[in-house]
Ligand binder design. Structure first.
Ligand code: NDP
Length: 400
């Protein structure tokens, strides 16, 4: 069993892996693609990652993946299909295997949204693309249409304008959503034509795309533009299907979590584009990964303490008590454990002090992560006989 499973090896997942390794957690990363890096591997240029201006998405992804690899992070390839988060041991079920851990970070990112235009599915791979950096080279010297007004659409249009004869950008409003610097770059290009206030109605052609028809949303007039390629960049959809009904999500499928990454399920955290947040960028994704690991560490500490309490309680329930004046250096984790413990113990058991408890609290208060203590280590300092403790421990009590 692992301490931590990280689902996804994009910027959030790789950042989490780096932080987990530095925290000496026994972690594994599960990634569905054969190349780590997530969405940025399809990004031509990342120009807003501090300190690394103008780096290609692929280069940044490689650097992050190399960093994680250098720290010895274990990564496996697998498509996560389902989760079992009901007990203290979380299960992540992939198409090939089932992995178990005490905590899970979901950093599965997002994928491009479909537009639903007529011909979009029919011409998928035959002129309709969602990745300009992957497919742009096929349209050198040709005319193409980009749909969307966000960072991706504008970056795609700028990239395509370098090699294509002409790039039309069809946007449903008269103002772009993309960063101002990208807008300025785009609007300064001589071979770019904006098609404002319009929606893509249909994509037509023979074997391949030949035309795109757009409709003006005000006067409903239609314009058919001869193009060889249509690049659709109308936002992203979270990759969270496997977690549906296991963690709370908003109506769009983003996992509800704040900056700490904590979801509604104890021990399960969300990081990066898959969680509810204001700004989905590489820089916020990597911050999420780091935060989620910090939260997971606290949870794991609580997990160990709680388990040790449970075992102690089994050894001698009458002698377990609420330690009144123990110095607790990791107060939040210990208090959480005590609260959970208290709720399970009759009040009478929590009033008198006893030697094992004092020892136990001394042990737990001195075990501030990292590393997270093993339940069995905590117990060994509790004053109970070694043979009694070992007789009650399960295998998982010997791992952090
Ligand atoms: P965005 O959500 O930012 O933009 C989507 C665009 O598509 C908007 O202009 C929107 O129009 C338009 N759109 C949405 N639905 C439709 C529809 N049904 N019909 C027509 N148009 C539609 O998505 P992006 O894919 O551009 O970016 C995804 C995320 O990734 C963003 O958070 C972005 O900031 C981030 N990103 C980060 C980068 C980085 O860190 N360097 C680089 C690239 C992207 P409208 O404006 O009217 O809503």
């Amino acid at each position: 069993m692992y301490d931590l499973i990280i689902i996804g090896a994009g910027p959030a997942g790789l950042s989490a892996a780096i932080y987990a390794s530095r925290a000496r957690l026994n972690a594994i990363v599960i990634e569905q693609n054969y190349v780590n890096g997530g969405q940025i591997i399809d990004t031509y240029e990342i120009d807003n990652y501090p300190g690394l201006p103008g780096l290609s998405g692929m280069d940044l992804a490689m650097k992050m993946a190399e960093h994680a690899e250098k720290l010895g992070v274990e990564t496996v390839n697998g498509f996560v299909q389902s989760l079992d988060l009901t007990g203290p041991v979380k299960k992540v079920i992939t198409d090939e295997d089932t992995y178990e851990a005490k905590a899970v970070i979901i950093a599965s990112g997002a994928t491009h949204s479909k537009l639903g235009a007529e011909g979009e599915n029919q011409y998928g791979g035959m002129g309709v693309s969602y990745c300009a950096t992957c497919d742009g080279a096929f349209y050198r010297g040709k005319d193409v249409l980009v749909v969307g007004g966000g960072d991706v659409a504008v970056e795609d249009a700028i990239f395509l304008a370098r090699g294509c004869n002409k790039v039309y950008v069809c946007h449903r409003r008269d103002e772009l959503r993309a960063a101002k610097i990208l807008q300025e770059n785009l609007l300064s290009l001589p071979n770019v034509e904006m098609v404002w206030n319009s929606n893509l109605k249909s994509i037509t052609g023979g074997m391949k795309v030949e035309k795109a028809t757009v409709v003006n949303k005000f006067d409903k007039s239609e314009r058919t533009i001869p193009v060889s390629g249509v690049f659709i960049a109308v936002g992203i959809t979270p990759r969270s299907e496997f977690a549906r009904n296991h963690v709370a999500m908003d109506e769009k499928g983003y996992i509800i979590a704040d900056e700490t990454g904590a979801t509604n399920v104890p021990g399960v955290f969300a990081a990066g584009d898959v969680r509810t947040k204001q700004l989905r960028q590489v820089v916020t994704a990597v911050a999420d990964g780091a935060n989620a690991v910090t939260s997971a560490e606290k949870y794991l500490l609580t997990f160990s303490i709680l388990r040790a309490f449970q075992l102690l309680s089994a050894l001698n329930p009458s002698r377990i008590c609420m330690p009144a004046e123990q110095p607790m250096r990791d107060a939040p984790a210990s208090i959480m454990a005590l609260q959970v413990f208290q709720s399970r113990m009759p009040p009478a058991a929590l009033t008198s002090t006893s030697s094992p408890t004092t020892c136990f609290m001394r042990a737990t208060s001195s075990t501030v992560a990292p590393p997270v203590p093993k339940p069995v280590d905590v117990l060994m300092k509790s004053g109970f006989a070694r043979s009694d403790i070992l007789a009650r421990c399960s295998i998982s009590d010997f791992s952090r």
